[in-house]
Design a binder for this molecule. Sequence first.
Ligand code: TRP
Length: 371
Amino acid sequence: MNTSLDVEQPVRPARLPPPSDVLGVSTAQRRTASLEESIRRDPGRFRVLTGDRPTGLLHLGHYFGTLHNRVRLQNLGVEMFLVIADYQVLTDRDVADHLTEHVEGLILDYLAIGIDPGRSTIFAHSAIPALNQLLLPFLSLVSVAELSRNPTVKDEIAHSRQSSVSGLMFTYPAHQAADILFCKANLVPVGQDQLPHLELTRTIARRFNDRYGTDAAVFPEPDALLSAAPLLLGTDGTKMSKSRGNAIALAASADETAKLIRGAKTDADRHITYDPATRAEVSSLVLLAALCLNRDPRLVAEDIGAGGAAALKRTVTEAVNEYLAPIRERRARYARERAYIRQVLRDGIERANTVAETTLKEVRTAMNALY
Ligand code: TRP
């Protein structure tokens, strides 16, 4: 989640783990293992919904945190819906700037990493009226106390630079439930910070079914699929975020990447090791190289050894640029086909609208509000 006004996209790997199982993390972890097993056996049983706020370019923190997991699920044969959460941008800022640019940029990033619009539906939630209408009955199913207990929202409010908390900030987790439930998704790949939202979604689904249910449940209770998100820091050793100038965007050029890594923070010890607990900055660079090279970070560190920060940075730069080269090439190719990008979005919106209208009809039928 965004934790301040200008932080672009969530960097889930950098979030601190909760002190106990308040977010249900260990439960979700246990469940994730058995879900992975079922997905491999029968991917057709699952429908995924996940997405992003259109606030800027996606970067390597997103990529190794969640994006690459989405492509994996898609390629396993799981049906996927990707929401571009444009209304949600307004939770912690007054206006959503450069919306068209950010929305199209997200689609370019998605296609470049291997999301296939033939198999995955990409849409913006503001364009789906029936999805948004679900918010009203959903809000009737949650208490103000429940909304105010949400630890992720509390954290965002604490970090927000806005002087007052808007009603949208307070209620967007219920809107997120509409994002998930309009298409009856049963699987939501998320980082730990999103678990409270998913818990609320499950509560809403359960209460709706209980309150209005006939024989068949209208909504599934979706499961969280936690990705084993590695802890990638920005090049200054703090949380990776575009607005801090410490993030390597998927769309950045090889030169921009080299420059960012050249300026990355390291430490005085010339001998390179992988020790995230005591050497956060150096270890994060080693990890980045290891992820790109698909190697064990300890071995990457060993190979650099006494080469020092300069050799480390050379290794990281080469690994990242080589890994991202085909992604960047595809992105540049799609960027020249703006009409195609618009069409992908229009097609996704059309499909999402059809699905949302069907669900809304079921909801209104269950509520005896179909006239
Ligand atoms: N809250 C998510 C984020 O900040 C974006 C999002 C909106 C989302 N709706 C969603 C994620 C539904 C998962 C499911 O990145």
